[in-house]
Every structure is written in C-alpha cells, then in structure tokens.
Ligand binder design. Sequence first.
Ligand code: MN
Length: 233
Amino acid sequence: MTETDAYVIAPPDRALLPVAGTSQSFPVRRIYCVGRNYVAHVREMGGDEMRDPPIFFQKPADSIVPDGALIPYPPMTSNYHYELELVVALKKGGRNIPVADALDCIYGYGIGLDMTRRDLQMDLGKSGLPWEAGKAFDNSCPCGPIHPVETVGHVLEGTIQLAVDGEPRQDSDLKLMIWKVPEIIANLSKYFMLKPGDIILTGTPAGVGPVVPGNELVGSIDKLGTLRVRIGS
Ligand code: MN
C-alpha cells in the first residue's frame, strides 16, 4: 500500500512543541490540566478547601498554539480569561507512579496558558455539567518551547508572572503550588495510564482575568524565558 492508500482521509497533523536550544520537537500525546492548585487562586474563585484532591481535566492536543501566535478571540464567550501555568512534559509514563519516582518521568518544562471561556465554565459548573466547552476548545493552549531537564534542571520554584499589555496581572512563585509537581504526577497516574508525550499544565496562581482583541499577553517563568501571544478579533 502506498501512503496515499493507507488512510481514507489525510491523517491529522501531530501536535508538536519545539525543544529549546535544538532543532528537535517534543511530540504531544495528551494535555492534562490541574485545577485550583494555588491557594490565592482557589480563594479568588470562591473556594476554601485547600487540600481537596486535585482536579484534573484535559484539552485536546491540537488546541496548542505556539509562542508568538495571534489567537482568534473564541466564539460563544464574552468572558475569555488567561491562566498562566507551568507545563511539565513527560518522557516516561506509567500507572500508580510513586511520588519518589515522579521526577524521573519528566523530560522538561515549559510555559503554557490555560485559556478559558470563564462564562461557559461557570455556567456549566453551576449546573453540574462537564466543563468541556469552557476549557477544551480550539486554540485554548498556547505553549512555549520545552526546556529539557538536562539543561535547566527541575523547575519547582521561582517566579511565575503574566502581564497584559505590559501591566502585571499574575505574580507568584511555583513553590506555592498546593500539589507539588511529583504529587501531581503520582495522583494523575492513579486515574490515567500516563505515557511519554503527555504534558501537564500544573494550575494557575491568582490574578486571572479577561482579555479582549488587541491585548498582548506575556508570561514568564524563572529559567524558562517568556511566552508571548496576541488576541485577535
Ligand atoms: Mn488552569
């Protein structure tokens, strides 16, 4: 069979992230996200339980948009929010991974945005319905290059900051996560068989808010550089 005969339609593109300092790419299998992982953000969202089990959800791999992109303002929302997050990229997976082994699964770290249709997320949540349409939509995961552990080490503390049009909006430290990176991996692997190529967005600090067409978002995390995107119409 020729390549053209193997599929009934053209196969979709594989989601890729560039690896910083190389010409290689990190192939993305799944995008997992953690909800409510910084105390100050839990409070701003109206919650108060600080050590509830972590909340997990997914975004489709093809919701990734690269650093420098112009993102179209999404449909069906009038309250489109940024959430700046540390991204963990896995080179190894498994089920029931012990906390002590979790760091060995990590290939590298990056900067991501969990873009959110907050109005849909809130309305669906209040009705006890899945968040899907509020979180897992097209272009909802801007993500910068992956920085390998072998060059930056493990990125478990340091500043995480976001500015909109040059104005600071989020400013925290990775060490303020409620569930630390190894605990996130251990917990997530109880629910899902993790595999190489999975990435995890580890939750956002306080200061989330809306953006409008024309806004420029610049996220930065110590040792990982910046992620810059602009909101289109
Ligand atoms: Mn988030």
